[in-house]
Design a protein around this ligand. Structure first.
Ligand SMILES: *Cc1c(COP(=O)(O)O)cnc(C)c1O
Length: 395
């Protein structure tokens, strides 16, 4: 591995960083400060989904930055109104609140669900969440997260979350019977940090039915799965699922921070003036970047290409890893893929870096691939050619 000077001690050491600094990016590739080139199969954790330096996004950022960066939500914002129109259309939703991150998008959804509950006369509204879920690092979202490591040391946690195993509709029905204060369900269509584990289509439809019966809001955390990642604008659309609330962030700004909480039906009528806010949320710069992202992903044929690319990558990996004893499962959808090994494999991240490939490992044993949605066929073959031998040698 490369030698680098130690990270500045002025930074709070909340991350253990890999010993590499990138100085330039183009499409699916990044260059480090020594000029070495890496294939980016992670996209800054599903953020730069159109690749680095996408021309339409770069142009939108440059033009908006030169004209006007920020004014606040005390005034009308042209780029925010335009993005509201294009994003709700792409999502089949009706209204949107803009913020700056995934955690903030989920905070908005949690507040919306609670206010909806209070309007129904429920004083302590509850939200069903799932084991292994990840919803963010703020106090409410880490409380909703199903990972003790993320919560430990930050008690008292925010109350009002009721946890169930994923894909266990009987467990959720039991909660419904025992807990009249529940008002909503918050679920990732595919758990990202939790190891690329999908909620089954049957489970999601059963959740929808249960929500209809009980008057609960079905809220999907699409922070990672949204913006084309699974080959649909939102994973909900691939499941033919009508959500009441969808949260997103990550890929929405292709690297410019922005989050969104979308709603439809009664959920779209919950927030009024003064109920929620954000100084930066939906500012002209972020909305101009996101506007270019939504337009690019919504263009005819784009999502079909993501599906084809996902199938090609899946095939290249399953062919390359056939009869590889220590590989347990290849899972995911579109260009959100997980390769679960039978043992922990965090070490592979450094080995891949040495091989000029950026990947990530989640849940201890699952290699997570989130390559750019714009990845070419040749780059998909290159990705597999770099990754497969590393996995085969890691028996
Ligand atoms: C990354 C992520 C979040 C948190 O997003 P931030 O922008 O880091 O706050 C929330 N939910 C899911 C599913 C995520 O993948």
């Amino acid at each position: 591995m490369r030698r680098e000077p130690p990270v500045s001690t002025t930074l709070m050491p909340t991350y253990s960083r890999l010993p590499v600094t990138f100085s330039r990016g183009e499409g699916s590739w990044l260059w480090d400060t020594d000029g070495r080139r890496y294939l980016d199969a992670l996209c800054g954790i599903s953020v730069t989904t159109l690749g680095h330096g996408h021309p339409a996004v770069t142009r939108a950022i440059q033009e908006q930055a030169a004209r006007l960066v920020h004014t606040s939500n005390l005034y009308r914002i042209e780029a925010q109104e335009a993005l509201g129109d294009s994003l709700t259309a792409a999502a089949d939703m009706q209204r949107v609140f803009f913020c700056n991150s995934g955690a903030e998008a989920n905070e908005a959804a949690i507040k919306l669900a609670r206010l909806h509950g209070h309007r129904k006369g429920i004083e302590r509204p509850g939200i069903v969440v799932f084991e292994n879920a990840f919803h963010g690092r703020t106090l409410a979202t880490l409380s909703a997260t199903g990972n003790r490591k993320i919560q430990a040391g930050f008690e008292p946690l925010v109350s009002g979350f009721v946890r169930a195993p994923l894909n266990d509709i009987a467990a959720v029905e039991q909660i419904a019977q025992r807990n009249p204060d529940v008002v909503a369900v918050l679920v990732e269509p595919i758990q990202g940090e939790g190891g690329i584990r999908a909620a089954s289509p049957a489970f999601m439809q059963a959740l929808r039915q249960l929500c209809d019966q009980r008057g609960w809001l079905l809220m999907l955390d699409e922070v990672q799965t949204g913006n084309g990642r699974t080959g649909h604008y939102f994973a909900a659309q691939g499941l033919n699922l009508e959500a009441d609330v969808i949260t997103t962030a990550k890929g929405l700004g292709n690297g410019v921070p922005i989050g969104a909480c979308l709603a439809r039906g009664p959920a779209a009528e919950v927030f009024g003036a003064g109920h929620h806010g954000s100084t930066y949320g939906g500012n002209p710069l972020a909305c101009a970047a996101a506007g270019a992202v939504v337009e690019t992903i919504s263009a005819p044929g784009f999502l079909d290409r993501v599906q084809a690319a996902g199938e090609r990558l899946h095939r290249a990996l399953s062919d390359g890893l056939r009869d590889c004893e220590h590989v347990a499962e290849l899972r995911g959808s579109g260009l959100m893929l997980g390769i679960a090994l039978k043992h922990d494999c965090g070490e592979l991240v450094g080995r891949a870096l040495d091989a000029g490939l950026l990947i990530n490992v989640t849940a201890g044993n699952t290699i997570r691939l989130l390559p750019p949605l714009t990845i070419s066929d040749a780059e998909i073959e290159e990705l597999a050619a770099r990754l497969v031998p590393l996995i085969r040698d890691f028996g």
